[in-house]
Write a protein that binds this ligand. Structure first.
Ligand code: GDP
Ligand code: MG
Length: 316
């Protein structure tokens, strides 16, 4: 038998950057093939750093990309916003590679400019991949597209973005349709440094299951309550108990800022909290692959968003 050469091993931390709602969580989930990051049609669902870990064993190399899903850059309105900005900057400085996601169906927005400035001001030179997402929303124009070439110039505003980040490598994608995701993955791999994996092969995220459960409950609240309780819900997991064969028991408290919000969250005859509980339970079961018994309580905690102690207690 011939001796095969030692496998090339690559690994690194990929900071996933982008303003709210451009599709960061959707893209990480698509690359990982499993629901980890909270995805919501509303911005600001993702409040904490979340790691998604992609481990591939290929013939030519073994590879581990650790995705850090950072909160977007916002104009700080609350203390919470300031915490998120600090965290985003720190994430960039620690990473091996930046995956900068923009909405390619729109020209650059003011919030993108904040990110351009942040990236261009970095002391360390980190490779940047610019993912022009949501190209499924664009019509291809027949005159521009050469025959037989599929993903060619639809107007994905590439030039306008590249003007601000000339050092970036751009790939046009659709996270929801899966367009060009293999190309994006190859670009990521090409830019990862050589190194051994950081985490065991079968690990998908370093978030504890209970933190993911809290995110899923919060996400469900935002989706079901829409604008009725704006940004005013924090979720604390009070208990997460294994029940052997039968699954797990989760007890959680939803904190709102006002009595009036509490009434909305509970709903008439408790019908709203029941609906939230049943959708959230389903989501947690999908994530954890076993049956879950979920119990929710609602409490009022005034101004939790501006109270640093409370934010810390909730793990922000
Ligand atoms: P995040 O705030 O950047 O993490 O954004 P999300 O991943 O939560 O996505 C925000 C919204 O954009 C959701 O409604 C997604 O379904 C939608 N979205 C994400 N990627 C695409 C895409 O490639 N095409 C389209 N049409 N919608 C997308
Ligand atoms: Mg997100």
């Amino acid at each position: 038998m011939e001796n095969s050469p030692p496998l090339l091993s690559k690994s690194g931390f990929v900071a996933v950057m982008g303003r709210p709602n451009v599709g960061k969580s959707t893209l990480i989930n698509a690359l990982l093939g499993q629901k980890i990051a909270a995805v919501s049609p509303r911005p600001q669902t993702t409040r904490k750093r979340q790691l998604g870990i992609l481990t591939l064993e290929r013939e030519d190399c073994s590879l581990q990309a650790v995705f850090i899903d950072t909160p977007g850059i916002h104009q700080p309105r609350y203390k919470l916003g300031e915490l998120m900005n600090k965290e985003a900057t720190q994430t960039l400085e620690e990473s091996d590679l930046v995956l900068f996601i923009v909405d390619g169906s729109q020209p650059p927005q003011p919030e993108d400019t904040l990110l351009f400035n942040l990236l261009n001001g970095l002391k360390r030179r980190v490779p940047i991949i610019l993912a022009l997402n949501k190209i499924d929303l664009l019509q291809s124009s027949p005159e521009q597209t050469p025959k037989g070439v599929d993903h060619q110039p639809r107007n994905d505003h590439r030039a306008a973005y590249m003007e601000n980040l000339p050092q970036a490598q751009a790939v046009a994608i659709s996270a929801t349709q899966g367009d060009n995701l293999p190309e994006l993955l190859e670009t990521i791999i090409a830019n990862l440094p050589e190194g051994d994996p950081f985490f065991p092969k079968d690990q998908l995220t370093d978030l504890y299951e209970r933190e993911i459960a809290a995110d899923l409950i919060r996400e469900t609240c935002l989706n079901i309550l829409r604008d009725e309780v704006p940004h005013g819900i924090a979720v604390r997991i009070d208990q997460f108990t294994e029940r052997g064969e039968t699954g797990a028991l989760i007890e959680a408290t939803l904190f709102v800022e006002r009595e009036s919000h509490k009434a909305i969250v509970i709903g008439q005859g408790g019908q709203m909290i029941k609906q939230i509980g049943s959708v959230a339970r389903q989501e947690i079961e999908n994530m954890s692959g076993r049956s879950i018994f979920l119990q929710l309580k609602v409490k009022v905690r005034k101004n939790w968003r501006n109270d640093e102690k409370v934010l810390r207690a909730f793990g922000y």
